[in-house]
Write a protein that binds this ligand. Structure first.
Ligand code: ZN
Length: 501
């Protein structure tokens, strides 16, 4: 009996010491990989993705594909398995694209009393930005202001009501007059905020040109219509169009926003827009998908997905936007976290999916494709985490859907324990509707628990869709910490049993 007791005690202490060692080892493993995430690698990968050889990674182009192949090679090198079509890393879809051959031109034609015309020419990109999905050609016509360019009978709102734009150039603002993104009412308006809709609606009403007050930056997210010449417009030509009318765009749109009543009018100004583009209808592009398969027989059927768009806005006639902050930063953060997760030696019970979407900038096409044919059923998906523009600043922010408020705790704990950055956490849908052109909203609207990770308190200027957005537009130190946060939180979430939703 006594011998049995001794053996039992011995066995128990062996088991106890073994599990104690195992625990220590797990912590050691966790920290070893944690410290292997370096801003040096992050900077190198940023420079690679911002390299001119990828030409701004426009979805559909061969240059985008070259960047997708580079990322896939990294996944392969790190032992992350392919989860795309036919055993590859790539999930393919059609993506026609437009090459902008030169920067074109924008002119104001001012008729004089003596019958002559004074021409005022504008400069790109300060005054205008060539339409990146514009038809090719030249149009000279009167400019008609059409508010937000939307026709919504169910909302009793129509910018084209009672105004003839046939053969004219329409001038319009981005977004919609209803601004309260946190109000459920906004859901009725959101479909009219999309650029593609606006250009299609202009063409439906017979316009032949479109001047878009869209931040005067690269925008391949408009519908290509052969007969429609499009260009983004900056403050100088905008002021010239309103000159002498006794109003300006700010006061007019403020009035529209307040009343939710359209207010459109002919400006009497004649402008000429010239574009030089080549349409490629044969374009194809892809998402890049890799997985770390879960090690637990049951829990491996549950997936945690993290994604970032790999595509950027391309190169308009020499105006190259390398897409550094938007969104090589998200891709590189995930790469660094992915390598640490696969190399840490800690077995992950659940499956982790890494998704780099293509065609985000051309209309959220990659994320829509992914949710239409998901790798894991939605009820087996823990959550989707989206990274878009995560590399400028000193603070961290999580915008979570209300459905995964509890899951944010894993990120908060990781930050408190190991990273110690200021971190803001919100759990409501409003922030997703406030960024309707981000992949996060696609997942949220399709019923996924969704978290968007951001960096805050920017320390560098943000060159949104402008040539300044290259590898110098990010701060590698915060990117290192985002990657570490993802790595730590995903390790915890993959292995939590039970998992707190
Ligand atoms: Zn983006």
């Amino acid at each position: 009996m006594r011998a049995f007791f001794i053996i039992n005690t011995l066995l128990l202490s062996i088991i106890l010491s073994f599990s104690a060692t195992a625990q220590e080892t797990d912590e050691q493993l966790l920290l070893k990989s944690f410290h292997s995430i370096s801003s040096g690698d992050i900077s190198d990968w940023m420079s690679e993705l911002c390299s001119p050889k990828y030409n701004g990674r426009l979805a559909g182009t061969p240059e985008y594909m070259a960047s997708a192949e580079w990322v896939a090679r990294k996944f392969k090198e790190w032992g992350i398995k392919p989860a795309g079509d036919s055993g590859s890393y790539f999930q393919w879809f059609d993506q026609p694209f437009t090459v902008v051959n030169d920067i074109g031109s924008l002119q104001l034609n001012i008729p004089q009393k003596d019958g002559t015309t004074i021409v005022k020419s504008y400069q790109a990109p300060a005054d205008y930005y060539p339409g990146m999905n514009s038809g090719s050609g030249e149009v000279t016509a009167e400019v008609v202001f059409v508010g937000y360019g939307m026709t919504a009978p169910e909302l009793n709102y129509d910018d084209y009501r009672g105004i003839d734009v046939k053969g004219k150039i329409v001038l319009m603002n981005r977004d919609v007059p209803y601004k309260d993104v946190r109000n459920p009412e906004y859901a009725k308006w959101v479909k009219y905020c999309y650029h593609q809709y606006k250009v299609e609606n202009a063409a439906r009403h017979g316009a032949v040109g479109m001047l878009y007050i869209d931040g005067n930056s690269a925008n391949p997210n408009i519908s290509y219509i052969d007969s429609m010449i499009v260009c983004g417009i900056g403050p100088v030509p905008l002021a010239d169009i309103f000159a002498g009318l006794g109003k300006n765009n700010s006061t007019v749109t403020a009035q529209i926003d307040k009343s939710l009543q359209a207010y459109s009018f002919s400006t009497g100004k004649i402008m000429t827009i010239k574009t030089n583009t080549t349409r490629h209808t044969e374009g194809r592009t892809c998402n890049v998908v890799g997985i770390i398969e879960g090690s637990d027989l049951v829990l491996k059927n549950e997936a945690i997905i993290i994604g970032a768009h790999l595509d950027a806005v391309g190169n308009a006639g020499g105006l190259l936007v390398a897409g550094g902050l938007d969104n090589a930063s998200g891709v590189v953060d995930i790469m660094a976290a992915a390598r640490a997760l696969t190399e840490s030696g800690i077995k992950l019970k659940r499956t982790v999916v890494f998704l780099f979407t293509g065609g985000e900038e051309t209309g959220l096409r990659g994320s829509k494709l992914f949710v239409a044919s998901p790798l894991f059923p939605i009820e087996k998906t823990v959550m989707y985490v989206n990274l878009d523009m995560v590399g400028n600043g000193t603070g961290l922010a999580l915008s979570a859907s209300s459905s995964c408020a509890a899951l944010t705790q894993y990120f908060i704990t990781a930050n408190n324990r190991y990273i110690h950055r200021p971190m803001k956490v919100s759990a409501d849908e409003g922030s997703f509707y406030g960024r309707p052109r981000s992949d996060g909203l696609v997942f949220l609207a399709n019923g996924y628990r969704t978290i968007a990770v951001y960096t805050t308190d920017g320390v560098k200027p943000v060159w949104y869709h402008l040539p300044g957005d290259n590898e110098t537009a990010v701060t590698p130190e915060i990117m290192e910490d985002v990657a570490k946060l993802i790595y730590l939180a995903f390790t915890e979430i993959a292995n939590a049993d039970p998992l707190n939703y």
